[in-house]
Design a binder for this molecule. Structure first.
Ligand code: NAP
Length: 280
């Protein structure tokens, strides 16, 4: 390698280090932009996580993505921004001088994917969100930041929806799971943040006929790419956004922080990941 070139490397820290598409995405951008850099998967068990993260640069990294089960611990060990704090989890780490900072790029991943695939999705400013886990917190934080006025939040475990609403304030109305259909006529946007519809899981049973013909339907699940929910929405002629769009767009911010250039989510990159998903 040319000694004058500075090689920067980032990684994904997880345990177990599950099969992830992040290396494919980041290597694609490194190649496209002609940047000498690397992105690896680092299998780090919970008992070794603090040492690894607090000495990230000593391990040879300018930053990292963090995944299950480390996202909450990553927040505690770094200086988080408002997004990571609101979501309660950090998925991206980088150095600002000597300070290890963190954010949660699922927020911009979701919003930028909608902007790219379904512009004008804000509609009249009301949304229905299904699920109240970590992904829902990123989705709702992004929506409220963007000016959505009311979020109807339905969750199987109502206590979790109520706790969620207490955290986010009066713009979020908690609902019992059985009440989700009743609020659909109000929604410009419906988002599934549960794992229902994922390969191996039951489909999300929901009658979409009360939705406005201008509504947008988004699903965070990306295996399969077309979930039963998205198939039903398309059959009704509604605009949709799939989970792969969010996955690709959430990777942009970390790449820019580590390697100094903002990469693009292209049709070619999407096709590359679609191929990988189809093979595995
Ligand atoms: P999580 O914190 O474990 O939350 C899971 C949510 O799904 C909870 O609200 C849970 O309800 C609900 N749920 C699970 N099984 C259900 C069932 N049988 N019926 C009704 N509700 C059910 O998980 P998460 O991190 O938020 O992730 C949620 C989904 O988003 C996953 O499929 C994940 O792969 C996907 N995701 C995608 C992206 C992307 O980039 N596309 C990013 C992040 C997450 P209870 O509270 O009642 O248990």
């Amino acid at each position: 390698m040319n000694a004058e070139k500075i090689t920067r490397a980032a990684c994904l820290i997880g345990w177990p280090a599950a099969h992830s598409r992040s290396p494919l995405i980041h290597h694609y951008w490194l190649r496209q932009l002609g940047i000498e850099g690397g992105y690896s998967i680092e299998a780090v068990p919970p008992e070794g996580f603090a040492e690894f993260v607090l000495n990230l640069s000593g391990h040879g990294f300018v930053g990292a993505n963090v995944t299950i089960p480390h996202k909450e611990r990553a927040l505690e060990l770094s200086a988080p921004d408002d997004r990571a704090r609101a979501v309660g989890a950090a998925n991206t780490l980088w150095y600002d001088g000597d300070t290890l900072r963190s954010t949660n790029t699922d927020v911009e991943g979701f919003i930028n994917s909608l902007d790219a695939g379904a512009p004008g999705w804000e509609g009249a400013g009301e949304a229905v969100v299904l699920g109240a886990g970590g992904a829902a917190r990123a989705v709702v934080f992004g929506m409220l930041e963007r000016g959505i006025k009311r979020v109807h939040l339905a969750n199987r475990t109502i206590d979790r929806a109520q706790a969620f609403a207490r955290q986010f304030g009066t713009s979020v109305t908690p609902l019992a799971w059985e009440e989700k259909e009743a609020v659909l006529p109000h929604a410009s946007l419906l988002v599934n943040t549960t794992s229902l519809g994922m390969k191996g899981q039951p489909a999300l049973a929901l009658d979409l006929s009360p939705l406005s013909p201008r509504a947008v339907v988004a699903d965070l699940v990306y295996v399969p790419l077309e979930t039963p929910l998205l198939a039903a929405a398309r059959a009704r002629g509604l605009r949709t956004a799939d989970g792969l769009g969010m996955l690709l767009h959430q990777a942009v911010g970390g790449f820019e922080l580590w390697f100094g250039q903002r990469p693009k989510v292209t049709a070619e990159l999407r096709a590359l990941i679609e191929d990988d998903l189809a093979r595995t």
